[in-house]
Design a protein around this ligand. Structure first.
Ligand code: NAD
Ligand code: DAU
Length: 356
């Protein structure tokens, strides 16, 4: 049942990292789609990510747990595609405040599913999930869609619960639900609490680079635009009731990423256009600071994307070498975007939470 993207699409969490990239992606590739963005603008929701977005776009500030509001949005806008990005997304925060994660990620998803069940006729509910639902891998092997669900953090447990509820709505009520499980994304507009933007900003400010544990944990990195393309192709060609893993064939240890960022930023600062941003002589591996490990830190994630490649025809297009340079340049070109976050309200919040 292919779902045309030239229709009304409800995006939740569209002011966050992946959601805003997805709105830009739709705006560029599907300009006739009517886009409705429901976002409560938590600390990481940022309307600056969407400045200049035009064409059939409506922003609604509100919480996905607010059933009255969500039902009204379905009545007013009658979306036939829902892409649920809205979530509390940071593992470290979930360790400090699990309940908020359960509310947003589980109850919020159930509220959206319920409204879709009530109001949506044909269409699709796409639940954006994560490879973290599968838990941690040893040195060998990859997660497939058949891998057991073994989440380890409050964040991943809440995302796993949401997946199970979404699947239950498919089985019990016949709601056309698809679940996608993606690996670590990187790219523009990622909130600077996550590894790559945090390190870029700290390097530019010559601050310590906090690497958890021995730095040998492995993540499978995917450029966010490739993730956006995958979501669009799943909407167009995916089968309701199915799960699709999305990954970049790109496993890297955290310490290798941090060293690469130091090397690339030092190189870029030699270019005239970036020369004034920082002194490259002071940017070296001495900035690396091995700190206390994250509790329950998953050792390794790696996605086997064979199913989406074979059944949908999607494959990642951006190599890590290309994607990381584009990403660093984006942060160098948009220093104000990060500074507004780091020096704004977030500063106290961050320091209170992590003491760093
Ligand atoms: P993010 O934290 O950058 O953005 C989340 C957005 O959701 C923010 O705009 C926030 O304001 C909004 N939001 C939070 N709670 C809300 C609520 N109760 N009601 C309405 N809006 C709310 O997250 P992200 O990194 O863009 O991740 C988006 C989705 O993709 C999440 O579901 C996450 O679990 C999933 N995911 C992320 C990655 C990754 O690497 N970032 C990888 C796989 C899956
Ligand atoms: O795998 C997909 C998941 O990727 C998504 O579901 C999550 O929403 C997203 O936040 C991300 O989770 P991670 O925990 O993998 O991402 P994070 O950027 O927080 O950390 C990446 C790795 O880097 C992880 O092994 C922890 C480590 N790390 C992170 C930070 C913030 C550090 O060593 N130091 C740090 O300061």
């Amino acid at each position: 049942m292919p779902c045309p993207l030239e229709s009304t699409i409800l995006i939740t969490g569209g002011a966050g990292f992946i959601g805003s990239n997805y709105l830009w992606h739709l705006n560029k590739h599907h300009p006739n789609a009517k886009l409705v963005n429901l976002d409560s603008l938590t600390y990481c929701g940022n309307l600056a990510n969407l400045e200049g977005l035009k064409n059939n776009y409506t922003f609604i500030k509100g919480n996905i747990c607010d059933s009255q509001l969500v039902n009204k949005i379905f009545e007013d806008h009658q979306p036939n595609i829902i892409v649920n990005f809205a979530a509390e997304s940071h593992v470290d925060r979930s360790i400090l405040d699990p309940q908020l994660f359960l509310k947003t990620n589980i109850i919020g998803t159930q509220v959206l599913l319920d409204a879709a069940k009530k109001h949506m006729r044909d269409g699709l509910f796409l639940q954006v999930s994560t490879d973290e639902v599968y838990g941690s891998l040893g040195p060998e092997g990859c997660f497939t869609e058949e891998s057991a669900l073994k989440p380890n953090s409050p964040y991943s447990a809440s995302k796993t619960s949401a997946d199970l509820i979404a699947y239950a709505y498919y089985k019990t009520y016949g709601l056309p639900v698809i679940i996608t499980r993606c690996s670590n994304n990187y790219g523009p507009y990622q909130f600077p609490e996550k590894l790559i933007p945090l390190m870029i900003n700290n390097i530019l400010q010559l601050k310590k680079l906090p690497v958890y544990g021995d730095g040998k944990n492995v993540r499978d990195w995917l450029y966010v635009e490739d993730h956006c393309k995958a979501i669009t192709q799943v909407i167009e060609k995916g089968t309701p009731g199915q799960i699709y893993n999305i990954g970049g064939h790109n496993e890297m240890q955290n310490i290798a990423i941090v060293k690469l960022l130091i090397d690339k930023i030092s190189q870029l600062l030699q270019e005239e256009s970036y020369a004034k941003l920082a002194n490259p002589d002071k940017i070296n591996y001495d900035l690396i600071d091995f700190v206390k490990d994250r509790p329950g830190h998953d050792k390794r994630y790696a996605i086997d994307p064979t199913k989406i490649e074979n059944e949908i025809g999607w494959t990642p297009e951006t190599t890590f070498e290309q994607g990381i340079v584009k990403t660093i340049k984006w942060y160098l070109d948009n220093l104000k975007w990060s500074q507004n976050i780091i020096n704004g309200e977030y500063k106290n919040y961050y320091q209170n939470m992590y003491g760093k």
